[in-house]
Design a protein around this ligand. Sequence first.
Ligand code: PYC
Length: 333
Amino acid sequence: MRSSKIIQTIDTHTEGMPTRVVTGGIGTIPGTTANERRLYFIEHLDHLRHFLMDEPRGHGAMSGAILQPSTRPDADWGVVYIEVSGCLPMCGHGTIGVATALVEAGMVEVTEPTTTIRLDTPAGLVIATVAVSDGHADSVTIENVPAFAERLDATIDVPGYGTVGYSLAFGGNYYAMVDLDDVGLPFDRSRQTEILSAGLAIMDAINGTDPPKHPEIEGVDHCHHVEFIAPGSNARHSRHAMVIHPGWFDRSPCGTGTSARMAELWARGQLPLDTDFDNESFIGGHFIGRLINQTTVGERPAVVPTITGRAWVSALSQFLLDPSDPFPSGFVF
Ligand code: PYC
């Protein structure tokens, strides 16, 4: 075998959603903070994201996380998230996958019944508490960065869909929350193409007229996710279809989306602190969220969410690049 590149990964899935955890082969990305590393990676190393996420090595809904040394003294590992969509500042299902991989591979000191792993993410410090039995990761609870509602009951004119009502919240990424009924579509996977088109049209309209901008995290200035809320959802149990730019659905219940949704419900006075919120994905997986503290982000009232979910190791891989491979940077079909 010949190869001009070798990248090692531990592949996991979190409630059906993949996280390709890169453990070696990329080296330390320049930057004095995790967000500087993310921005450097976007500018100089994005071909590695395409290599690992796009076809033929990945697929149209692929997601991953590159392990890095921490840039801060209070964290064990750093992470740069990679997806088919780009480099997110934070990814909940990805963090659950990372924490599971670190425990299963013995890359942290594993203690029972819980192992705490402090992660330096581009959005800030995220603390993962892994429930461990017989040396294995059973579930992971992440304490996320602060989440906040940015717009409640806003409206946007969306070509082809008329005026659509939405709320916008940050939970590690920006999410527009829209009732699926409002775009005249059922919560039914056989209608996924239409649901995807509606979500992308709503993102385009929001980003084209009034894109959000995080007050503290550089380079977080778009809404690339639409959380379509299914009929019958309420402030304790919600089902949703999560559309993500440039055109895929989260298979997991989406950790940062669950955080954003809880921040919205809290801002409406519908979800108090210390109360379980069960968020169900389009394929029926569950994350249990809770709001554990009140805080502020800039001037905004904010809350600290926790998300509990499960991930499983599915492969140990070494990705090679044969110098004659016609698709060194992958392709999108
Ligand atoms: O779980 O936060 C998440 C996430 C973001 C994009 C896909 N999953």
